[in-house]
Design a protein around this ligand. Structure first.
Ligand SMILES: NC(=O)c1ccc[n+]([C@@H]2O[C@H](COP(=O)([O-])OP(=O)(O)OC[C@H]3O[C@@H](n4cnc5c(N)ncnc54)[C@H](O)[C@@H]3O)[C@@H](O)[C@H]2O)c1
Length: 361
């Protein structure tokens, strides 16, 4: 995973990203090592998933959680949710190190935040883990439908990404039909698999890649996608690159190799350096769908669980991602700014406006 190594002290990093609070959770009894970051709560309690990943260093974990929680603030703002931004990461390999006791202990740390942070699943976690967290705190969503929750948010997340892809295709090719287009899906986990299904249902040529080769074989066979090695994805001549694994895969090195004219996927924080990479993409005429805009379906689904919305309403809100993406592309064109800058402007305006509402009781 590409990360930007930070030489700054922890407090300087919090200042740089504008964080409110970071909680380090350590429990030797269950081997839990986790970090919960709360970025901004202007719009409401900090909403953010829990990722479990075998980070090489604690610095990498901190860097990831700071970047992820900041983008949640923007994601909730632009999706029109009354929620702030947070995130949490658990350091470890979810296939080997995760168990009930660890997840429940993590739930206790969430509980101690008294509703300032509400979580859901992400890479390395699933509805079963949310069920364990729910045993300790009510501040969790994405619990199984059989227990009254909304279940796995990834099918809705994929639907939103699909709408974002269509909005970009409309901009680049004049019609939002995907017929005859080709897409590289990098990472075919929860969201990636649903995205492959949606694309194949529209007869899109899909190149599927993942570091887990068994998974690539299995999904390619199931949906009729072409399996490609993770090392060769930047050599493929496809219309769209859909990063659906870790962040930071769009950077100065990869942008120079990319042959596609659209980048639109579910991975959070796809640009390694938001300002520089956003500009470079603008110069090269590669349309970047800001990740936090088009992958908001997952959080919309979790928000619906809290608000008691119907599935129909959840889907409607997710389909609005098409218009939201179109508006960002329009602003980017009008002001000749990168698409990420345009999205940030819209999100920041909502936060500033709502701050005014909340300035009096
Ligand atoms: N699950 C959701 O509802 C949701 C919602 C919004 C955003 N996202 C984001 O989408 C991305 C994927 O989430 P997910 O829930 O599908 O995770 P997942 O863990 O189910 O799937 C991720 C897949 O990516 C693969 N992978 C990891 N590193 C890779 C690499 N370097 N190259 C290729 N493949 C790699 C893994 O083997 C796995 O199959 C994450 O960035 C997540 O934050 C997820």
């Amino acid at each position: 995973m590409p990360v930007q190594p930070s030489t700054q002290s922890i407090f300087n990093q919090l200042d740089t990203f504008g964080h409110k609070k970071v909680v380090f959770c350590s429990d030797p009894d269950t081997n839990l090592k986790a970090i919960i970051a709360i970025h901004d709560t202007t719009l409401g309690p900090a909403f953010g998933s829990t990722r479990m990943w075998p980070y090489k260093t604690e610095g990498d974990a901190l860097n990831d959680v700071l970047r992820l929680s900041k983008s949640m603030t923007y994601k909730c703002a632009i999706a029109g949710l009354n929620m702030g931004g947070g995130y949490s990461v658990i350091i470890g390999d979810s296939r080997k190190d995760k168990n009930e006791a660890m997840m429940r202990k993590f739930g206790r740390f969430v509980k101690n935040l008294n509703g300032e942070f509400i979580t859901s699943e992400d890479m390395g976690t699933n509805p079963r883990d949310m069920e364990y967290i729910r045993m300790e705190t009510e501040h969790v969503t994405g619990i199984p439908e059989s227990l009254g929750g909304s279940g796995d948010p990834s099918p809705i997340a994929a639907q939103g990404v699909f709408m974002g892809i269509k909005a970009c295709v409309k901009e680049q090719f004049g019609s939002d039909s995907l017929t005859g287009k080709s897409v590289i899906v990098q990472g075919i986990g929860h969201v990636g698999e649903h995205l492959v299904r949606l694309l194949r249902d529209e007869n899109v040529k899909v190149y599927a890649s993942d570091i887990n080769e068994d998974r690539v074989r299995q999904i390619s066979k199931k949906f009729g996608a072409e399996a490609v090695s993770n090392n060769s994805i930047f050599d493929i001549d496809a219309d769209i690159y859909a990063p659906c694994a870790m962040g930071g895969t769009v950077n100065a090195q990869t942008i120079n190799k990319l042959k596609c004219s659209i980048i639109a996927g579910s991975a959070n924080n796809q640009l390694l350096d938001e300002a520089k990479d956003g500009e470079l993409l603008l110069e090269k005429g590669i349309l970047f769908a800001p990740d936090y805009v088009i992958n908001a379906g997952g959080i919309i689904n979790c928000y619906s669980e809290l608000m008691g919305f119907s599935k129909k309403r959840t889907l409607q809100l997710t389909e609005n991602i098409y218009e939201a993406t179109r508006n960002i592309l329009k602003l980017s064109k009008l002001e000749n700014i990168s698409t990420i800058e345009a999205a940030n402007k819209i999100a920041e305006k909502r936060i500033t406006d709502i701050k005014k509402v909340k300035s009096s009781y």
